[in-house]
Write a protein that binds this ligand. Structure first.
Ligand code: FES
Length: 145
């Protein structure tokens, strides 16, 4: 996997137990070059890997349902649009219309039973939406659980 220039301040994505071996991915919102995008993190062969949710063929999201990225055999990441397949550990396209291309990898790390993402200069956390006056009133009126 190529070296990725990243921030030193990690963002917690999820608990380790949320990522089951070859199971569903956790999808999260990011911002790439000030454009809204999504990314996903999953576990494969015990390792945690993360990629921008954008196919190398046509720049579109790949999951047919949120978090469903693997093919029927749970061996390859598959794009639901035209069927490009990618190696989960490298992100390299190994089948379909973009062979030789690759997914954009994000640097993630697992420690203390948590999964963290290190944003890069190009791919950052999505901005938190600003509250409008009405939203703030609704939040203030919520009763504690
Ligand atoms: S958009 Fe993914 S294979 Fe065409």
């Amino acid at each position: 996997m190529p070296e990725i220039e990243t921030s030193t301040v990690p963002v917690r994505l999820c608990a380790s137990e949320a990522l089951v071996e070859r199971g569903d991915a956790v999808v999260f919102e990011v911002q790439q070059w000030r454009q809204k995008a999504s990314a996903f993190v999953m576990r494969f062969e015990g390792r945690v890997v993360a990629y921008l949710n954008r196919c190398a063929h046509v720049p579109t999201e790949m999951d047919w349902q949120e978090g469903k990225f693997l093919d029927g055999d749970r061996e390859l990441i598959i794009c639901s649009i035209h069927g490009a397949t990618y190696e989960p550990l490298s992100g390299r396209c190994v089948g379909g219309p973009c062979v030789g291309g690759r997914l954009t990898a994000l640097r993630v790390e697992e420690r203390d039973a948590q999964v963290y993402w290190y944003p890069s200069p190009d791919i950052k956390p999505a901005p938190v939406p600003e509250l409008r006056d009405g939203d703030a009133a609704v939040i203030r009126n919520e009763s504690p659980p």
